[in-house]
Design a protein around this ligand. Structure first.
Ligand SMILES: Cc1ncc(COP(=O)(O)O)c(C=O)c1O
Length: 499
């Protein structure tokens, strides 16, 4: 389009038909002078970040308003919805965190009961605190020798909903952080039979349903509300995410109101343009990029198949009898190391220090690498080569990499259900103090305590700290693993009893 036509579009507020980035770039390149926010005024002298300010605007004519979208942002959100086959889709500029908060708060009444998969993200627990909910938990079983959480068993959800009939909202995470995909359809059928709402935190599965070679999205499997972090597994900017709504069980007016309260009143156009570009990129290049990713994954698996001590978790290696694990996402390489001289944190450290490969995380006996359609051939190759070399020289590697560190893998263990003494919200409001782990037995926990594996909070505020839990925590700390909720001095937050 020539400049005059673009100018006319801007003046007449006709940005609606275009991609958001294109419209912003046209506006940034025009001679419109900004007597509006943001304060950098797109001035090239505005410091080191000035090069990024060109398309950073606020709600001006022609650029719509996320909280009352009627133009270009409405079109962009509809485009995103079409990609996933969703009835209605909302842009989130505060990550899946904000989508989860809005979804849970919409689907529950204040003080009501809720069924949560225990391995839910902290945002789900935070929603439970904000809404003063009384949670009941589904503890996912462990996936055999891998020691990580398995998918959600629809039969167990059925029993729990029968036991707690006041629970009308269920939240599960699928895929998990390690890429374990639940049979969402089976879970949705059960939840709907109990007249409930199913929220699926699919933050790690924004790529799901976008190609036949990867699992279906929860959007197509009957979930009522689905959250996607675009930034985690697709080419988009950090913080960008989507919330999808299906069916008539969710009060959409209330959902919009909560989004209006939980999202900033100045949503970043840079982030929103990144979401639109991401959606357009997948529409245009998805098929070839997903096919390419599948080829890279298979060649990676072939390369490391001769490793003796290192292997990746794969659907194909699991028993066919499993009925609640639907799939294992190929975008999550869970790289297990099984040798007495090396554990997960050591492998993580060697990959980083010696091979300059930065993993997503380390757990007791594995590390996680996130792979997406944007990973280069070099990225796949360097990791495969490094793993083969480490496997060949595993004793030597360890001696060089982590002298002095205790190489004792802690395998995920079934956790006893913690005794809940009060709701997380009541514990949140109570006075607290720090105490040494050695003195914590019997006290009521004031903060979340998380560890991997199995990737579930072992303690939620309001739960009693048992001897068993303390033993597990001490084992993890001895293995060099981070236990979130325990300070470097070995202290934990507990409620001040009698207050
Ligand atoms: C399962 C899960 N849900 C939700 C979130 C929150 O996502 P975001 O970082 O997009 O807010 C995370 C973040 O790591 C997550 O792992």
């Amino acid at each position: 389009m020539d400049k005059t036509a673009a100018d006319k579009d801007i003046i007449q507020g006709r940005a609606g038909g275009k991609g958001l980035y294109e419209a912003l770039a046209e506006y940034g390149g025009s001679d419109f002078y900004p007597y509006h926010m943001p304060g950098h005024k797109r001035n090239k002298d505005a410091g080191e970040m000035a090069a990024y300010f060109g398309i950073d605007i606020t709600e001006i004519d022609g650029f719509d308003d996320l909280h009352h979208a009627e133009g270009i942002l409405k079109c962009a959100q509809e485009r995103a919805g079409r990609l996933y086959g969703a009835e209605e889709t909302f842009y989130l500029v505060n990550g899946s965190t904000c989508g989860v908060l809005a979804a849970v708060m919409t689907a529950t009444e204040r003080g009501s009961e809720i069924l949560l998969a225990r391995n839910c993200h902290k945002s789900v627990y935070h929603a439970a605190i904000l809404q003063e909910l009384k949670p009941h938990y589904y503890y996912p079983p462990l996936l055999g020798e891998y020691g990580i959480c398995d998918g959600v068993d629809a039969g167990a959800v059925d029993s729990l909903l029968a036991k707690y009939p006041a629970c009308k909202t269920v939240v599960i995470t699928s895929p998990t952080y390690e890429g374990i995909v639940s049979d969402v359809k089976a879970v949705a059928d059960v939840v709907h039979r109990h007249d409930g709402i199913l929220i699926v935190d699919e933050a790690h599965g924004a790529h799901f349903g976008l190609d036949d070679s990867i699992p279906d999205s929860a959007v197509a499997c009957g979930a009522d509300l689905v959250v996607h972090s675009l930034h985690k597994t697709l080419p988009s900017m950090t913080q960008t995410a989507l919330l999808h709504v299906q069916g008539d069980k969710v009060d959409r007016r209330r959902l919009k109101d909560y989004l209006g309260m939980l999202q900033t009143s100045s949503p970043s156009y840079v982030m929103m343009a990144a979401m639109d570009c991401c959606v357009r990129y997948v529409e245009e290049h998805g098929p070839e990029r997903f096919a390419y990713m599948r080829r890279q994954y298979e060649s990676f698996c072939t390369k490391i198949s001769n490793c003796k001590y290192i292997r990746i978790g794969k659907m194909a290696d699991l028993s066919e009898k499993r009925h609640y694990l639907a799939d294992w996402d190929i975008g999550k390489l869970v790289i297990f190391v099984r040798h007495p001289s090396m554990n997960g944190p050591q492998l993580y450290h060697i990959l980083r220090e010696k091979y300059r490969l930065q993993m997503e995380m380390a757990a007791a006996d594995y590390v996680v690498a996130i792979m997406t359609i944007m990973d280069t051939k070099e990225g796949w190759q360097r990791l495969a080569d490094a793993l083969c070399e480490i496997d060949d020289r595993i004793e030597e590697e360890n001696a060089v990499g982590m002298a002095g560190m205790e190489p004792s893998p802690v395998h995920g263990a079934e956790w006893p259900a913690a005794e809940s003494v009060m709701t997380p919200a009541a514990a949140f409001r109570s006075s607290r103090e720090k105490t040494a782990l050695s003195k914590a037995q019997g006290r009521i926990c004031a903060e979340f305590v998380d560890l991997y594996p199995p990737g579930v909070p072992v303690l939620v505020p309001g739960e009693r700290i048992s001897r068993d839990t303390l033993t597990h925590m001490e084992e993890y700390l001895q293995a060099g693993l981070k236990v979130q909720g325990v300070s470097a001095e070995g202290e934990i937050a507990v409620l001040i009893q009698g207050v």
